[in-house]
Write a protein that binds this ligand. Structure first.
Ligand SMILES: [Zn+2]
Ligand SMILES: [Zn+2]
Length: 107
């Protein structure tokens, strides 16, 4: 079971895809680093980690290394469970490109 971790939301989804769809429908988040508007939850975290450095993330969100590790683990769990790009496509969210031909050059 996948519980929505966003404060004040008691939603629980049967699978990761349902959770991401829920977050895209119900939760909105403005990136604290670059002010891009995204769904809260997985997509917001993924954006923060793909588009910004961990240092920027920690500064903007007042997070520490444990917070980062926890969120990285959450992102990994979602990505292991669902084809995120397909869901993003369906809910009309633009993903930072970690896929595609440039993937191997990412460091
Ligand atoms: Zn929720
Ligand atoms: Zn951003």
């Amino acid at each position: 079971m996948w519980a929505c971790a966003i404060e004040g939301c008691g939603y629980s989804a049967g699978d990761a895809e349902e959770l991401l769809t829920h977050q895209a429908d119900e939760h909105e988040h403005r990136c604290a680093v670059c002010e891009t508007l995204l769904p809260d939850g997985y997509f917001a975290i993924r954006h923060a980690f793909e588009a910004h450095s961990r240092v920027e993330y920690m500064r903007a969100y007042d997070a520490d290394a444990d917070d980062v590790r926890e969120r990285e683990a959450a992102v990994d769990a979602v990505e292991a469970a669902v084809d995120v790009e397909a869901v993003a496509d369906r809910v009309d969210v633009e993903l930072e490109s970690s896929g595609g031909p440039d993937e191997t050059s990412k460091n």
